[in-house]
Write a protein that binds this ligand. Structure first.
Ligand SMILES: [Mn+2]
Length: 294
């Protein structure tokens, strides 16, 4: 039986995204723990961390709410660092910016090189120099790779890159900003758009990603931003991007990495219960999350 620790990270970095903070309790309310157990996992439920409410945006225009994000990242780092390295970590957002805290927390307990399979409609690879909006959630992958600037000099993620860019495989993009796309294409990131993924097959790209990451890394994280899924199947997100991949594609693309034995954490972001009045998406999220983790 696989043991896993479950933690909720209700972080969001723009005031209008506060629905994301409701995601961990909503998913628990829809039977997340039972569903995970139903997939054969033994769950240590560490609960949800507490974060302050962000009711108004502030700070630099090109780095909105960075002080708030730094505080949240530090809390997430501490909680992720408490999860046992012998267990799979199941981390529920919140938005993608949880990655800086989660990686630095996990790195405090794990040796060797980290890799990430990142599924997302967006690049999350802007920096304060390229961002059109100042949204930190749209920069978090770049920040984790040591680009841009640290959220704070005091936090762990300010002490150097959490990820090597050659240890990042990004699948499912279809809404990259121009300069962001340029930066990704010039980097060592393996970038596969939603269109390419549909054409080449999710299982095939998943196998290739798994091979690349397991060759280059000692342990890996699977990071799923739900907006990678087509809005026809998953409309309960804040940034809807048409022509996405299917829920089944997400499962197929993740399979290879699970089989490597190096998958140590699953991160799941962007479900917004405020956009899901009858909870039909939430139920699908619970099912997907438990199938991905089990
Ligand atoms: Mn994202």
């Amino acid at each position: 039986m696989i043991s896993a620790s479950l933690v909720g990270f209700p972080i969001y970095t723009l005031a209008r995204l506060q629905g994301l903070a409701l995601s961990p309790p909503a998913l628990r309310g829809l039977g997340l723990v039972k569903a995970l157990e139903g997939e054969g996992l033994k769950i240590t439920d560490m609960g949800d961390i507490k974060l302050q409410k962000l009711s108004k945006d502030s700070g630099p225009k090109k780095f909105r709410n960075s002080t708030y994000a730094a505080k949240g990242t530090e809390r997430i780092r501490r909680a992720a660092g408490q999860a046992s390295e012998r267990e799979l970590a199941i981390l529920v957002g919140g938005e993608c910016s949880l990655v800086m805290g989660s990686l630095s927390g996990m790195k405090s307990r794990r040796r060797g090189r980290a890799g990430i399979l990142w599924m997302d409609a967006h690049g999350d690879f802007n920096t304060p120099e390229t961002t059109p909006s100042g949204f930190i959630g749209g920069m978090c992958l770049a920040l984790a790779c040591g680009r841009g600037r640290p959220l704070s000099q005091e936090t762990e993620e300010g002490r150097g890159p959490l990820l090597g860019e050659d240890a990042v495989v990004h699948l499912g993009s279809r809404a990259l900003d121009r300069l962001e796309e340029l930066a990704m294409k010039e980097s060592e990131i393996t970038l596969v758009s939603a269109k390419e993924l549909r054409k080449g097959g999710a299982a095939d790209y998943g196998r290739r990603a798994a091979r690349l990451l397991s060759d280059r890394c000692d342990w890996c994280v699977l990071h799923i931003d739900l907006d990678v899924i087509d809005p026809g199947e998953m409309p309960a997100v804040n940034f809807l991007e048409p022509n996405g991949i299917s829920t089944e594609d997400v499962l197929l693309a993740a399979r290879g990495l699970k089989e490597t034995g190096k998958l140590k954490a699953v991160e799941f972001t962007s479900y917004d219960p405020l956009r899901d009045a009858n909870r039909s998406c939430g139920r699908r999220v619970v099912k997907l999350l438990s199938r991905l983790s089990g």
